[in-house]
Design a protein around this ligand. Structure first.
Ligand SMILES: NC(=O)c1ccc[n+]([C@@H]2O[C@H](COP(=O)([O-])OP(=O)(O)OC[C@H]3O[C@@H](n4cnc5c(N)ncnc54)[C@H](OP(=O)(O)O)[C@@H]3O)[C@@H](O)[C@H]2O)c1
Length: 380
């Protein structure tokens, strides 16, 4: 199977490469796409010897000129990323760029009818309706890579959609699940990025700390599994062993369990029929001892309150939630915004967002830009 990896230089990119290198007889790289991290890309180019290396950032591409292994072609820009996502030689595209910047190339893969491993949840949050409609129209297979959605995908196999009563995503609660709420305003980016169970990129780690990540995942689940908001919920599970549960009409609840390691859902997305060795530790429940669950506290995690209205509203609200969050998350990571202001900024932007109809990608980008502008006004 020939792969294009969008976001190859990131955390999901690294886990994908790890699984591929365990099965060199099954996988090869057609194209690796990164943004600014040319040093990491050089290592990957030597390991995987793909046909193409794409850096979406011009300066980063320049840093690679004359350094790539013989025969590896270097291209620059998002248009090049789109082309290697729809090329006829590609069997599967791993969509693992961060943020809504990942949408154009992932959508190009869908429109070319590819198998798409979807890590980039922001794609579905901003354009879920268009993305899934196009996948159906073009015969693309969208396989979730987010661990919770991969878990749901597995718990749904062989069951009929109408029998589902609830899909329950688990959430670790992040690093501040038990911290005194009065001290949350002093949280530093370093503290927020240090996730207790998962090793992830900076943006999603901060999203986990605010639980905006779970809010985005609920919207993602709505589109992936064609589920109304009433049937989607989240529960705190600090050990991150149970990744999701599906409840059926007869009261049966199917859960998927695994050690928290992204190579497991990535291997699941890459396999076609036969399960792959993902290199993750075996689950030892006797050693784990206990699995805890508790309701989400929406006062501590207001993102989980906001998402309830967003899921019941029109698509413009989800676009605004995502865009405002991307801007506020970035402002927090660069020291310009307090931790508690991330979600309050999103709430302010949502209050100023008109829930207009979204019919095309142009509408998506217009709404996205408006929300980013509003977020900057709110943040001052
Ligand atoms: N990490 C996880 O465990 C995990 C789990 C579930 C879902 N996800 C989702 O997977 C996606 C990637 O997460 P991650 O943790 O792997 O993030 P990450 O480590 O920060 O990597 C992000 C990747 O996107 C690229 N990128 C950043 N800005 C870009 C832009 N403007 N245009 C094009 N490419 C850009 C980066 O390139 P450079 O580094 O070269 O600049 C890098 O390759 C996110 O949507 C996240 O929510 C991640």
């Amino acid at each position: 199977m020939k792969l294009t990896i969008l976001g190859a230089t990131g955390s999901i990119g690294a886990s994908t490469v790890d699984v591929m290198l365990r099965h060199p007889d099954k996988f090869s790289a057609y194209a690796l796409v990164g943004h600014q991290n040319s040093a990491r890309m050089l290592i990957l180019a030597k390991q995987l010897k793909p046909e193409y290396i794409i850096m979406t950032d011009e300066q980063a591409a320049k840093e690679l000129v004359g350094k790539l292994p013989k025969g590896v072609r270097l291209e620059v820009g998002m248009q090049a990323a789109i082309e290697v996502s729809q090329a006829s030689d590609v069997d599967m595209v791993m969509a693992a760029m961060v943020g809504s910047a990942g949408l154009p190339a992932a959508l190009a893969a869908v429109r070319a009818g590819k198998r798409v491993g979807l890590a980039n949840k922001e794609c579905l949050v901003t354009a879920g309706r268009i993305f899934m409609t196009e996948a159906k129209r073009c015969g693309a297979t969208v396989v979730p890579v987010d661990s919770e959605h991969a878990a749901v995908h597995q718990a749904l196999l062989g069951h009929d959609h109408a029998s589902i009563t609830r899909i329950i995503l688990t959430a670790s609660g992040g690093p501040f699940r038990e911290r005194d709420p009065k001290t949350l305003k002093n949280v530093t980016p370093k503290e927020a990025i240090a996730h207790p169970n998962w090793s992830m990129g900076a943006k999603i780690s901060v999203d986990s700390a605010t639980m905006m990540n779970k809010a985005l995942e609920l919207i993602e689940a709505r589109w992936l599994f064609d589920m109304p908001a009433e049937k989607l919920s989240a529960i705190i599970h600090p050990q991150s062993i149970v990744h999701a549960m599906v409840e059926y009409r007869d009261g049966a609840v199917l859960a998927q369990l695994a050690e928290p390691d992204m190579r497991s859902p990535i291997a699941y997305a890459l396999q076609e029929g036969t399960r792959l060795d993902a290199g993750i530790p075996w689950l030892d429940l006797a050693k784990t001892g206990r699995l805890d669950f508790q309701a989400v506290d929406e006062t501590r995690f207001p993102a989980m309150r906001l998402v309830q209205d967003v899921m019941r509203g029109g698509d413009a609200l989800a676009i605004a939630l995502n865009a405002a969050n991307e801007e506020a998350n970035q402002a927090f990571r660069s020291g310009q915004l307090g931790f508690m202001e991330i979600v309050s900024t999103v709430e302010d932007v949502l209050q100023q967002t008109q829930d207009v109809a979204i019919a095309s990608l142009d509408d998506v980008w217009a709404c996205d830009q408006l929300a980013r502008n509003t977020a900057h006004r709110v943040m001052g």
